[in-house]
Design a protein around this ligand. Structure first.
Ligand SMILES: [Fe+2]
Length: 112
């Protein structure tokens, strides 16, 4: 799975790559912004895990979505300003979680 940004500004999730999209890939954790406020955090809850970001959720600056990647399955949750950017999902070893800030781009926590 890859997250890419097209020339149009569209952000797309590539589930199957049939042509090289390496020039369009958004690099995670690559923007000069607070790592702690953007990278997904985790809180174990028995067999589940709460995935969240400690980030403002203002009209012009907020987390647009969180995505959990299990490798063979992805779960995405979208947010609007004022929402709480968190989701509770099943814990699986090796899972990754991505967050996307409308101002500070893509962030990832890997291999939980
Ligand atoms: Fe941000």
């Amino acid at each position: 799975m890859k997250v890419i940004k097209c020339k149009s500004g569209n952000i797309m999730i590539v589930l199957k790559e049939v042509e090289d999209v390496s020039d369009k890939v958004i690099k995670a954790n690559d923007v000069d912004a607070s790592f702690e406020k953007h990278v997904p955090q985790f809180e174990m809850m028995d067999k589940n895990v709460k995935v969240f970001v400690n980030h403002v959720m203002e009209e012009d600056h907020y987390i647009e979505w969180l995505l959990v990647d299990y490798g063979n399955e992805q779960i995405i949750k979208h947010f609007a300003p004022g929402d709480v950017p968190s989701m509770i999902v099943e814990y699986r070893s090796g899972m990754k979680a991505y967050s996307y800030c409308n101002k500070h781009s893509l962030w990832v926590s890997e291999d939980l």
